[in-house]
Write a protein that binds this ligand. Structure first.
Ligand code: AMP
Ligand code: GLY
Length: 429
């Protein structure tokens, strides 16, 4: 098969790397890719949202399957356009992608389907949102922009003052643009977070190995939200019985509700969960692989990813065995540019990549990188996902950070505590 992966982040590097290992894969392209995918696959210089050129390329290069990494092209309807051209593509249609691109749509669907999630209130008018906050008791809430904002349009507030400021930023100052045309206010829940990803063809659901992301910029979950600063898998937070519960009470009703809403879901469904005292509740749904969860999960996947994606597109997932997982642990540490998740410089030469790659069990996935005169330079906020596979989470953490230490550029930083929650949880049991 000739495969095109769309996107240029760490997730897409991991997808291309894993797909290229499939005996079914003859050739793997990535558009636009990064310096890492240039090595493990072949880059095509087309932006992830330039659908007309992507369609033309898919036709000319005789692509058998296109796999969409990021949410933006999905939200804009890339799948509908490929399907209209009779091109095979992995991902949900625009209507189904609203599960991620509109938090209001997602929350209303969850409410109708009786899926556990935080209580919420939606507002088109920021004045009404502010009034609602003023009229309530001073309880902790979370204020969210309805639309896509790269994981940054969410403000976790401890009280009224912060909540009113958040409404102002999202709804009046439009810090996240049109994403803030509707505001969602949620009750603030407490608990550990986990990510459960599943592939579904709209009928059969296959969950992947659960993972945990680290969304805040600072150690011990402090500082602003980011796209994700590191991940690990497996997680002691979700054992087999809990995963079955999540399948039955979260994935099955959501997939059915999407069908009833005439937006059948085909692709990757990602449940962002919070494990409260009353059980797991949904924080959000994403309609594509998580970044950096994808890097940690695919490091452990022993089965053929391409076969799984291909079967999803054809609606024949029921014929596919559940994936086999390496029992070892994977830890992915994101190295970022100084300033991220705010503004940052680019074009900084990265040194030490060869040395890092020699650390046993380590794969360095590239995210915001590019090649300039054959040298790797920074080109984004999240730059690398240094990922290690080892016998325990603690060993994988050690290997990942050993590789991180070998890599240098001006302004590089990372969290120092990726996977500590799993290590602590393991010590407590
Ligand atoms: P989201 O993009 O909706 O998943 O939100 C990003 C992050 O904000 C989550 O990973 C949580 O850390 C936090 N968050 C979102 N909603 C809530 C909530 N209702 N209660 C507590 N924390 C939340
Ligand atoms: N790691 C969170 C996300 O991909 O949205």
């Amino acid at each position: 098969m000739r495969v095109l992966v769309i996107g240029g982040g760490g997730r897409e590097h991991a997808l291309a790397w894993k797909i290229a290992q499939s005996p079914l894969a003859k050739k793997v392209y990535v558009a636009p890719g990064n310096a890492g995918t240039a090595r493990d696959a072949e880059n095509v210089d087309i932006a992830a949202t330039d659908v007309p050129r992507l369609v033309r390329f898919a036709r000319e290069a005789e692509i058998d399957l296109t796999v969409v990494g990021p949410e933006q092209p999905l939200a804009e309807g890339i799948v509908d356009q490929f399907l209209a051209e009779k091109l095979r593509i992995f991902g949900p249609t625009k209507g189904a992608a609203e599960l991620e691109s509109s938090k209001v749509f997602c929350k209303e669907l969850l409410r109708h389907a009786d899926v556990p999630t935080a209580d919420f209130w939606a507002f088109k008018d920021p004045d009404r949102a502010a009034m609602f906050i003023n009229d309530r008791e001073d309880q902790p809430v979370v204020v969210k922009a309805d639309g896509l904002a790269s994981g940054k349009g969410v403000v976790v507030c401890s009280g009224k003052v912060e909540a009113l400021q958040a409404v102002n930023r999202i709804g009046r100052e439009k810090e996240f643009g049109a994403a803030g045309n509707q505001i969602v206010i949620e009750e603030r829940l407490d608990g550990q977070e986990a990510s459960v990803l599943a592939v579904t063809d709209g009928r059969t659901i296959i969950t992947l190995a659960p993972a945990q992301d680290h969304k805040r910029a600072g150690d011990r979950d402090t500082g602003p939200n980011t796209g994700g600063m590191g991940a690990y898998s497996p997680t002691p937070l979700i054992d087999a019985p809990r995963l079955s519960w999540i399948e039955e009470h979260i994935f099955v009703p959501v997939v059915h509700a999407m069908k009833r809403a005439r937006r059948p879901f085909r692709g990757l469904l990602y449940a962002g969960l919070i494990l409260t005292n009353q059980g797991p509740k949904v924080l959000e749904f994403n309609v594509r692989f998580g970044d950096p969860e994808c890097q940690a999960i695919l490091m452990r996947m022993e089965s053929d990813l391409l076969e799984l994606l291909d079967a999803t597109v054809d609606g024949r997932l029921e014929q596919i065995a559940s994936p086999a997982w390496n029992p070892h642990a994977a830890v992915c540490v994101v190295m970022a540019s100084e300033g991220y998740p705010g503004g940052y410089a680019t074009g900084r030469p990265i040194r030490g990549l060869e040395e890092a790659a020699t650390v046993p069990g380590v794969k360095v996935f590239h995210a915001g990188t590019k090649l300039v005169d054959d040298k790797v330079v920074t080109a984004g906020g999240r730059v690398l996902g240094v990922t290690a596979l080892a016998a325990s989470t603690a060993a994988a953490k050690l290997q990942a950070y050993t590789a991180v230490k070998a890599i240098r550029w001006d302004g590089a930083w990372c969290r120092k505590d990726i996977s500590d929650k799993a290590i602590v949880a393991a010590l407590e049991t």
